[in-house]
Design a protein. Structure first.
Length: 289
């Protein structure tokens, strides 16, 4: 039996995001090419009689109660599914800003599932954890894998990408939380068409991505105009090859031609900025730029 386990909860980046008209159940179908950064939160679990949780890190002060509870929800869901009563002390070290479009809460829940899966000696495969994760949120199944993938449906349909390049990138946040619900409300007011899924990628992935949208970007800029300024700032930086908002915002990212230009951009932004590697896949293994 393992006493303590640590799981990385990397920030999720929507490289592209197509969204369709809401279904009868209110959920929006989507088609998104997703990757993950080599930067994010950390979950540490230790055996205990009951479920307890603590938090640390600069971003933890802004964590809303319901998001912090998502980690405990994940633990309870796993307890029930496995039919066990074992507990744990769960510590969340929070670096990803809250309500930032980077899947922080989902990444934390997914990391908690992976960590507790080991701590409680369940040893379930990731596919089984991903099936369980659907009930916790649309992004949680993708975060279970934390590698380049395509997510469709309402997030439950996952296709792993077998070969994908790694990129140097910069994530910036204009310092404002954005409500996903408000962005989708603004999106619905445009009377969107039904979802048209993306066609197959070309070998020149950056060219393909520059033609692919984030359908939530326009309504998000109406909800929070600072997103437009953040995107414009990134677009002016040396060596930037792709500029996009991630998820429902407000965080934006730029993919750069070199690590040096990414570092230069991150250092020059007047606000929250972090230089990251966006993970790729070679030979089945996750690699970073």
């Amino acid at each position: 039996m393992t006493d303590t386990l640590i799981e990385f909860a990397p920030a999720k980046i929507n490289l592209s995001l197509r969204v369709g008209r809401a279904r009868e159940d209110g959920y929006h179908p989507l088609d998104s090419l997703v990757t993950f950064a080599d930067w994010g939160d950390t979950i540490t679990v230790r055996e205990e009689a009951a479920l307890l949780m603590s938090m640390g890190g600069e971003a933890a002060v802004d964590l809303e109660e319901e998001e912090s509870n998502l980690v405990l929800q994940a633990a309870r869901v796993l307890q029930e599914a496995a039919g066990i009563e074992r507990g744990a002390v769960i510590h969340l070290q929070k670096e990803i800003p809250v309500a930032a479009g980077l899947g922080g809460g989902s990444a934390d829940a997914a990391a908690a599932l992976r960590a507790l899966n080991g701590l409680w000696d369940l040893n379930w495969p990731l596919e089984k954890l991903a099936e369980l994760a659907v009930q916790l949120g649309a992004d949680v199944p993708a975060c279970i894998y934390s590698r380049p993938l395509r997510m469709r449906g309402i997030g439950e349909q996952i296709d792993l990408v077998e070969r994908f390049p790694a990129f140097p990138a910069v994530i910036i946040n204009p310092g404002v939380p954005v409500s996903t619900g408000e962005v989708f409300k603004a999106f619905d007011e445009t009377d969107p068409p039904e979802l048209r899924e993306a066609k197959g990628r070309t070998p020149h992935i950056i060219d393909w991505l520059n033609r692919e949208p984030n359908d939530l970007e326009r309504p998000a800029k109406r909800v929070e105009p600072k997103i437009k300024k953040a995107l414009h700032w990134l677009d002016q930086q040396k060596g930037v090859e792709l500029v996009r908002m991630s998820g429902s915002g407000a965080s934006c990212f730029g993919i750069f031609d070199t690590d040096e230009n990414a570092e230069l951009a991150a250092d020059s932004y007047d606000g929250f900025a972090v230089e990251v590697g966006l993970g790729g896949i070679e030979g089945g293994e996750v690699v970073w730029s």
